[in-house]
Design a protein around this ligand. Structure first.
Ligand code: 5AD
Ligand code: FES
Length: 343
């Protein structure tokens, strides 16, 4: 019989036991080589050498949630909190637009100051000023009604990582239940958002079975975007002493996800770049086709500290756009300015 990774390449319609067997190949160099080769082949069929770029605006680090892994969890009294004003957000967009960004991602903690009315006002303002740009929200768990209002105000996409598809594992990472999160993702799909799910790789207590369930869930949800990155401990959380997730496993899973969801928009994440100085470039070489440079004001970047040693937060990062362009070109791809919608 053919090795499991060849069977996956031929027909990725796998079940949980198949995925478990597949994930065990992450340590087999030939399997990794083949999966990356196939992932790159597939991404080039749909997207050629293009890499899409999203301007990330981290507009608030206030959060009412208490995810055990996250540096901006509400119980972290050491976090220096900030929120950008509407004018500051608009200034980030303006700067981003001049740099060639045609997608803005508003990301923040779950901050009660930003009521639905305030969010709707900001969404409208951005879409009026930049009608040809896509607007992505990444602002957590909300009701169907809220998601509907944001969508009607003009939001195009929504990022909400599921973090882990296994209920028991979810409860070890969060005080709340997982079912809420999954329901949110289905609500967002129903409302016509392009939806992004995803998980951390190597988060505390994660097993191979959990990762297999993540892949089954992604196959079922069929998200337009998938964000994955290694877990990285934050010194002010209860997971401070836990080991970080592996770059190799993240790259392996990027390749697997590209094969599983051929047209997916798949970022090479900041967390990957934090764990390895060439992590994002390696991500592109494993099937990723999106990068998300930071557009937040440099004075606030260090404060949006989800994990330790986050890159692109120093003065040197005032111009991530140029840095990203060079990085993408260094592995033979081209950073483009188009919106980069799901195909
Ligand atoms: N390490 C890696 N990723 C993290 N995130 C939050 N905290 C960490 C951490 N310690 C990720 C989560 C979240 C996204 C915005 O950042 O997956 O969905
Ligand atoms: Fe931000 Fe390189 S991409 S500094």
């Amino acid at each position: 019989m053919k090795p499991v990774y060849e069977r996956f390449i031929e027909n990725p319609d796998f079940t949980k036991p198949d995925f478990i067997e597949l994930i065990k190949c992450a340590e087999d160099p030939e399997a990794v080589r083949r999966l990356k080769e196939e992932a790159v082949r597939i991404r080039e069929i749909y997207y050629g050498k293009k890499v899409f770029t999203r301007g990330l605006i981290e507009y608030t680090n206030y959060c009412k949630n208490d995810c055990y892994y996250c540096g901006i969890r509400k119980s972290n009294t050491n976090a220096k909190r900030y929120r950008l004003t509407e004018d500051e957000i608009m200034a980030c967009c303006e700067n981003g637009y001049e740099l060639g960004f045609r997608t803005f991602v508003l990301q923040g903690g779950e901050d009660a100051y930003y009521t639905d009315d305030r969010m709707v006002a900001i969404i409208k303002k951005i879409k009026e000023a930049y009608p040809e740009c896509a607007l992505t929200l990444s602002i957590g768990e909300k009701s169907y009604e809220s998601y509907k209002r944001f969508r009607e105000a003009g939001a195009d996409r929504y990022l909400l990582r599921h973090e882990t598809a296994n209920e028991e594992h979810y409860r070890k990472l969060h005080p709340e239940k997982m079912s809420v999160r999954k329901n949110c993702l289905y609500d967002l799909k129903k409302l016509g958002y392009q939806v992004g799910a995803g998980m951390m790789v190597g988060s505390p207590y994660q097993t191979t079975e959990d990762l297999a369930e993540d892949l089954v869930f992604l196959k079922e949800l069929q998200p337009e975007m998938v964000g994955i990155g290694p877990f990285i401990p934050h010194h002010d959380t209860q997971f401070a002493k836990e080991p970080a997730g592996s770059v190799e496993m993240t790259l392996f899973l990027l390749a697997v996800i590209r094969i599983l969801l051929p047209k997916v928009l798949l970022p090479a994440t900041t967390a990957l770049g934090t764990m390895d100085p060439l992590g994002r470039e390696k991500g592109l070489q494993a099937g990723a086709n999106v990068v998300m440079p930071n557009l937040s004001p440099v004075k606030n970047r260090k404060q949006y500290e989800l994990y330790d040693n986050k890159i692109c937060t120093g003065e040197e990062a005032a111009e991530c756009r140029g840095c990203m362009g060079r990085r993408v070109a260094s592995v033979g791809y081209e950073l483009v300015t188009e919106r980069g919608d799901a195909v």
